[in-house]
Structure formats: C-alpha cells, structure tokens
Write a protein of this length. Structure first.
Length: 305
C-alpha cells in the first residue's frame, strides 16, 4: 500500500511512519513548521517538503495514495489565538485540499487527527461524542470544522474518520517548544535535576495516552471502511498533574523539587475521555499509562546520553 502521512515529521506523525515503514510505501508531506527531520531518521519514507496548502506539493505527495493520515496542522492553541486567519487557512482550507487530493488519488480512507479541545470548558466528564462541541479557540473551532469536512466528504468511494485525541505523550515529543506539554517538560527537568513547575494546586486531571496507542487507533480506523464519524481516543482514566510529577520523579530517580505557580488562564480543570464508542468498533489499547511512561522516560534518558 502507499500511505500518505501529512505532518509525518512531527511527533505523532513520525510514529505513524514508524508503524508502516517496513512493509509499505510511506510518503511524508511536511513543511517542517514544527516537525523535525531527525524524527524520521532511520525510517524508510519519501519526504515531500512542502505545505498541504501548496497544490503542487500535495499532488506530488498524494499521487497513488491508498490511505491518508492527515496530521499536519497549526497545533498550538495560543498561536491559533494570535494568528486565527493562518490557523483557519492551515487547519480548514488545508484539510479541504487534503480531502480533494485524496479523492483525486483514489484513496479509500482519510483519517484526521482531531482534538479533545473541541469540547471546550464544559466541566462534564467523561467527554462523550454525543456532547455538543464548545470550541473555545481558533484551534478547537478549526479542528471541528475539519471533522465536518471529513464527514461531508465520506461516500461509497472514500471513507473518513476523525479521532479526537486527548493528551498524547511519548518519544520525540518536543519539550523545547514554547507550547510543550507537561510530560516531556517534567521528564526533561527531572532528568537534569531542575525544578518542576506545576500551575495551580496540581489537582487538575488529564487523560494521558501513550503515542503508540494513538497510532494503534489511527491504524485501526484506517483499516475499517465502515468506521465513519468522530471518536474520542484516550485511556478513559485520569491522572492529576501532581501525580504525574511524582511518578516521573520516581521513574527518573530524580530529586528535583516541585513548585507551584498560579493557575494559567484558560486551563481546563478536568479532561477525561470516554473511548467506549471507539472500543465498540473493536479498538483496544496495547499499553498501560504506566508502561507508556516507563518507555518514554527510557527514550528521553537515551537521547541525553
Ligand atoms: N499531541 C497531542 O497531544 C495532540 C492532541 C490532540 C490533537 N493532536 C493533533 O495531532 C496532530 C499531530 O500533532 P503533534 O503533537 O504530532 O504535533 P507536531 O507539531 O509534532 O506535528 C505537526 C506536524 O505538521 C507539520 N505541518 C504543520 N503545518 C504544515 C503544513 N502547512 N504543511 C505540511 N506540514 C505541516 C509540522 O511541521 C509537524 O511536523 C495535529 O493535527 C494535532 O492537532 C495532537
């Protein structure tokens, strides 16, 4: 099979490439906006370095594609707030173009990486796909618009699925980015003995999920033409930020101290997925949160050495 991964040089995209690279022909379309060539080191692929908004690059990358994993996006909520038009162009126009290119190429499936952000500040947990979306940022609004484009594009020839990813962590997640997530930042600080900062009392909860289980979900829906629509992907288990910091200190054997700063505006208190809808299609995670954290710590340790 020929598989197109948009955003394949990014954190999650590179794990999708890793899943397929031995047995399939993988094409990566990435303009390296936030992705890194080093994420693809050792992985067999053809890189088309360009934007999903560039018709020529997209036509080149999508030619002959059977499956399309669409992960390229403006991924940062704060950046989407400061550049809403660019976010709209990349996440909505870009998604429309990827869908058109997939159809033109005769692909049978497009899978979109959507986000739990579409649920907004609604305090109700766990999040169910039947809840009304309440996007609170251009990032969330454009992910929701992308889901609608996928739903509209589905027909007898092309199947589409959007996965609403919760808090993904794992190897290759960039702790240096201005918008990095808690897991890579805490691990890097723990390994170098630096103080770990927790915003607020640390009692806020997240549904952290190991990137290999996200890949498993993406691959699962890609192989199922009958699985259409939008699905949450998380473990359906929550961990507080304080518990996460303590677990990372334990796994790294670090004596870093933990300080608390005022809660950041816009931080959601609790986020938890119900992944029952996806489980109903036969998906099961292959790892536990604890295993994922162990493997992730091992990886960050290995790249420091
Ligand atoms: N990491 C998470 O916890 C999480 C949660 C929910 C949803 N998602 C979604 O998953 C997807 C992947 O996220 P990630 O965490 O791997 O982020 P990432 O920044 O590592 O990956 C995004 C990739 O898209 C590429 N890209 C951006 N604009 C592009 C363009 N115009 N043309 C081609 N490539 C472009 C970037 O260079 C990068 O390689 C995104 O769509 C994101 O919104 C991630």
């Amino acid at each position: 099979m020929r598989i197109l991964v948009t955003g394949g040089a990014g954190f999650i995209g590179s794990h999708v490439v890793e899943h397929f690279h031995r047995d399939h022909e993988v094409v990566v379309l990435d303009d390296l906006r936030t992705g890194r060539l080093r994420n693809l080191e050792g992985l067999r692929h053809r890189l088309v370095q360009g934007s999903i908004l560039d018709e020529g690059a997209l036509a080149d990358a999508s030619a002959g594609a059977d499956l399309v994993f669409h992960l390229a996006a403006m991924v940062s909520v704060p950046e989407s707030v400061s550049q809403p038009a660019a976010c709209e162009s990349l996440n909505v126009t870009g998604t429309a173009r990827v869908l058109a290119a997939a159809r033109g190429a005769g692909a049978t499936k497009v899978v979109l990486a959507s986000s739990a952000a579409i649920y907004g500040d609604n305090p109700m947990v766990p999040k169910l796909e039947t809840m009304a979306p309440e996007p609170r940022s251009p990032y969330a609004a454009t992910k929701l618009a992308g889901e609608r484009l996928l739903a509209e594009a589905a027909d007898g020839a092309l199947s589409t699925t959007s996965l609403r990813l919760f808090n993904v962590f794992g190897p290759r997640q960039d702790p240096a980015s201005a918008y990095a997530a808690a897991v890579p930042i805490f691990i890097r600080k723990a390994l170098s003995g630096e103080t770990i900062t927790v915003y607020g009392d640390g009692g806020q909860t997240r549904d952290f999920i190991y990137v290999k289980d996200i890949v498993g979900a993406l691959v699962h829906v890609a192989s199922r033409p009958d699985v259409l629509g939008s699905f949450n992907v998380g473990y359906g288990a929550s961990m507080t930020i304080s518990e996460l910091a303590a677990e990372i200190l334990r796994l790294t054997g670090s004596s870093s101290s933990v300080i608390h700063l005022p809660v950041r505006p816009g931080d959601v208190r609790h986020s938890l997925a119900s992944a029952d809808k996806l489980r109903g299609t036969g998906w099961r995670p292959s790892h536990t949160l604890a295993e994922g954290l162990v493997r992730t710590v091992e990886w960050y340790r290995s790249v420091r050495e």
